[in-house]
Ligand binder design. Sequence first.
Ligand code: ADP
Ligand code: MG
Length: 409
Amino acid sequence: MNNYHAFNEQEAVEYARSLKGLFSPKAVLESNEIGDGNLNLIFRIWDRSQPKDSVIFKQALPYARVVGESMPLTIDRARIEREMLLLHNQLAPGLVPQVYGYQDELALTVMEDLSDYLILRKGLVQRKLYPHFAEHIGRFLGKTLFFTSDYFLSSGEKKQRVVQFTNPELCKITEDLVFTDPYFDAQTNNYNPLLKEKVAQLWKNRTLRTEVQKLKDTFMTRTQSLLHGDLHTGSIMVTDSQTRVIDPEFAFYGPMGFDIGAVIGNLLLNFAAQEGHCSSLEERKAYQTYLLGLMKQVWDEFQDEFSRLWREYNDETFYYPYVRSYLQEVLQDAIGFAGCKMIRRVVGLAHVEDLECIQDPQVRFHSEKLALAIGIKFVLHRKEINDILEAALLVRRVRTEEVKSNEVN
Ligand code: ADP
Ligand code: MG
């Protein structure tokens, strides 16, 4: 990392100017650092005379931005992210930003500017409808998870890819923040003081902690497919008709259910948050029903795509009828991981805007309690779920119970 240094806006412009063919030689370039993420710098660079001519520079910092220099973090994550983006462009074209260039020493990726898109999480907070999102993400999951698995790659290629995408430092963040810290009194935890009693119960729940440990074991040891690794609704950008998956710096070989569970868990965090967002009962109910429909559709699309590809690409190497029980296990993993993702966003270090934008702590408490209750039920009962509709029913049941318990108290 000898030639590494972090850009400021002016340096980003100068660097953009030095890249032949990126902008017209007459371009008058301007730049803004727009990163709202936790880890990296994001520069938007555009030509003042042709504002549509624009690119994004994403540059990794040698530490985690959210914590500061006291938390060093490898800049090799920029290589992993770029290699993953390039591969995603091949496997699921049109569903990720295009990569225009990169410079590994600077930990820099030059990519398509998606400023016309909105981060999905923000759209869901505004209760927007996205008629194509579930189909797009289901297809993205089906393609990326199938084409990087042993069911498509040769045994040798697969193992090479595992080496290429070994990502220990970013995996460790997930191991700690998702599977470890929320389950004891860790310093990193951060929760609404009104939840104190609920959190104490969580820490004492031995069955839950054992089940989370099993999921952590699966996360750490199961090299099923090349995952995005951080596929929450803040890593998806949308318009009414388009969907793009960004930010795969956590990519690694892991269990497929982890990516699917990230989508499901984050849709359900929004479901829980809606309790505190919307004063019209009718409107809230309609949107919550919509979110459950999205969850089902994402799974159905994934399942159809994955099964179709398995049938299309397999000879006798793998026995096709096995796909049913294989996907049943993926569903149960996905539900378990979705549960872990929900719990960590309530108890752990990093929270989500869906819940955080509820100003009144008492109102937020009800949404957080619901998210926690769904998360716990998902972890504990995942093995009883054989159909995505059963997961939706479980969510409804937990919500009804929570509403009743709020009325009694
Ligand atoms: P981090 O890895 O630091 O979390 P992200 O890749 O999630 O960074 O990007 C942070 C923010 O920058 C996103 O939430 C989005 O608003 C913006 N952003 C990232 N990539 C693009 C892009 N290609 N086009 C437009 N905006 C982007
Ligand atoms: Mg990131």
